[in-house]
Design a protein around this ligand. Structure first.
Ligand code: PEP
Ligand code: MG
Length: 564
């Protein structure tokens, strides 16, 4: 089987299929006794599971982390909760699945409407128990992704970005999904975590069963089910080679990134949460080129307060000790959903009400984030970046609101740094085209190729069927990039790139020749990229760059760059 290679590396392991739970319908039942017996058995089984999970996690992760299962057990054992389900079955002659759903919805709604954050968080626990009960009733295995064993290959129809962020890279050796492409946010997170991944394989969940042995090659997209011993040995060898290559790359730690002809380049990390900082620093990041702050919103149950955000931003700035940290204001929308924001369903979510568009509309939400950023700015070298800018009007409005936040903080006697660089993502074609004007208004640009490719070639970045069209080798895309860099330099500002192309080893020489100043990428590709850049002479690459920019199509470009 072959799919799209979205996160490099080889993974070998046992399959864990993430099953989807269907919606349950209300049915009238004849035999109440049977239904009660069914739910009683499930209560006992879920109790057992929770007790085992508690014991297991206590040993592996400590009492603190294990407590959650004890709390879930207490909810389950509370007669107030379980009697409600029993009574629904008895009094309403309702099937157990629906009786469970009603009670869970009722409890979760009650908690969600409370003022106290602690109680609001309990709504998640209730939903969690509800899922465990429902899965048992339907006889579907839905062990959670965060609870898989060591050496697991996760197979799913779809993994949301939040699902992927839950994965533990020490336990999950690779992921395979039916949906998603190279720059879907699940793929991006897998890259950040260093978990190999292949996406876009139709019907993948039906091709495997739990515990099948599988080899996943995240370098070429190949999947090998139940390999023979010779194949297995060959891939185990390749895996060993990969590991020793990684070891060898450690020699690049502590070196600066500088081309042979002396241009100093900044290689920084893309991160989505505080959890990613360690990986970034272990791989010697020279800063953060993109902190996708929307994940703070996605991993929450309500809009994160100023104080909560402030603490997160302060933490990242402190950990990077005066190395620059670009924090992008929240970029929700597209495949990044925030469950508690009740957005209307849209025909084209990637083109919809999202990111800066939402922030300029919900100004208080935007201000909360900007004030948290401003207050954190005194703890390091902060750079703030606005996503999805498509016009000067949006940029000016965002900057105005930023100034208002400064004034309001001043009135409240709160301090902030006066040395914050403000930048924008160049990811919408009109922003690239208007980059000569936009450059006059900011301190830097960061090119977001993931979206720039999507919007300029009109191909949905999530759609596996369009993978041949969704390509950075389209000369139109490369011309937009080149034009952006030229316009930025004319105005004397620096340009980075935080889309996945920044880590593309075949294109790094071309980007370098175009004059790109900063490359921000998944932590696992940083050292390799430093090694490459340190071996290149920018002057000597001008000819290749000119030929690439003059090419008529992607095939010609691939030929020039010797890509097969
Ligand atoms: C991009 O669009 O290239 C980018 C870096 O942002 P995101 O992938 O989060 O859309
Ligand atoms: Mg983007």
């Amino acid at each position: 089987m072959k799919g799209i290679a979205v996160s490099p590396g080889i993974g070998i392991g046992k399959v864990f299929i993430k099953e989807e739970l269907p919606e349950v319908e209300r049915r009238t039942i004849e035999n109440i006794e049977n239904e009660i017996e069914k739910i009683e058995n499930v209560f006992v089984e879920v109790e057992e599971d929770l007790k085992n999970l508690y014991e297991e996690k206590k040993i592996k992760l400590g009492e603190d982390k294990a407590q959650i299962f004890k709390a879930h057990l207490m909810i389950l054992q509370d007669p107030e909760f379980s009697d409600r389900i029993r009574n629904n079955i008895k009094n309403e002659k309702m099937n157990a699945e629906y009786a469970n759903k009603l009670v869970i919805d009722e409890f979760a709604n009650m908690f969600e409407s409370m003022d106290d954050e602690y109680f609001r968080q309990r709504a998640l626990d209730i939903k969690d128990i509800g899922i465990r009960i429902k899965a048992k009733l339907l006889n579907i295995n839905t062990s959670k992704l965060s609870e898989v064993k060591k050496g697991t290959i996760v197979i799913a129809k779809d993994l949301t970005p939040s699902d992927t962020a839950q994965l533990n890279e020490e336990y999950v050796n690779a992921i395979i999904t039916e949906f998603g492409g190279e720059t879907s946010h699940s793929a991006i997170i897998a890259n950040t975590l260093g978990i190999p991944g292949v996406m876009g394989i139709k019907n993948i969940t039906n091709e495997f069963k739990n515990d099948d042995l599988v080899i996943v090659n995240g370098n070429d997209g190949l999947i090998i089910k139940n390999p023979d011993i010779i194949t297995l040995n060959r891939y185990e060898e390749l895996l060993k080679e990969e590991k020793s290559e990684k070891e060898l790359l450690k020699e690049m730690i502590g070196k600066e990134t500088i081309s042979l002809d002396g241009k100093k380049i900044e290689i920084s990390a893309n991160i989505a949460s505080l959890k990613d900082i360690k990986n970034a620093l272990d791989n010697d990041a020279e800063g953060v080129g993109l902190f996708r702050s929307e994940f703070i919103y996605m991993e929450n149950t309500k809009l994160p307060a100023e104080e909560e955000q402030f603490e997160i931003y302060r933490e990242v700035l402190k950990k990077f000790e005066n190395k620059p940290v670009v924090i992008r204001t929240m970029d929700i929308g597209g495949d990044k959903e925030v469950s508690y924001l009740d957005f209307e369903k849209e025909m084209n979510p990637f083109l919809g009400y999202r990111a800066i568009r939402y922030c300029l509309d919900e100004i208080e939400v935007f201000k909360t984030q900007l004030k948290a950023l401003l207050r954190a700015s005194v703890y390091g070298k902060l750079r703030i970046m606005f996503p999805m800018i498509s016009s000067m009007v949006e940029l000016k409005k965002a900057k105005e609101i930023f100034e208002e936040c400064k004034n309001e903080l001043k009135e409240d006697n709160k301090i902030y740094s006066n040395d914050i660089e403000i930048g924008i993502m160049i990811e919408v074609p009109t922003a690239a085209i208007m980059s000569d004007k936009l450059a006059k208004e900011v301190d830097f640009f960061s090119i977001g190729t993931n979206d720039l490719i999507q919007y300029s070639t009109a191909t949905d970045r999530m759609n596996a069927n369009l993978k041949d069209l969704y390509t950075p080798y389209n000369p139109g895309v490369l011309r937009l990039i080149n034009m952006t860099i030229e316009n930025a330099h004319k105005e004397g500002i620096w340009v980075g790139m935080c889309g996945s192309v920044a880590g593309n080893q075949d294109l790094i020489p071309v980007l370098l020749a175009m004059g790109l100043d900063e490359f921000s990428m998944a932590p696992t590709t940083m050292l390799k990229s430093r090694k490459l850049i340190n071996s290149l002479n920018i002057e000597e690459l001008q000819n290749i760059k000119n030929r690439v920019l003059d090419a008529a199509d992607k095939n010609e470009i691939k030929k020039i760059l010797n890509i097969n």
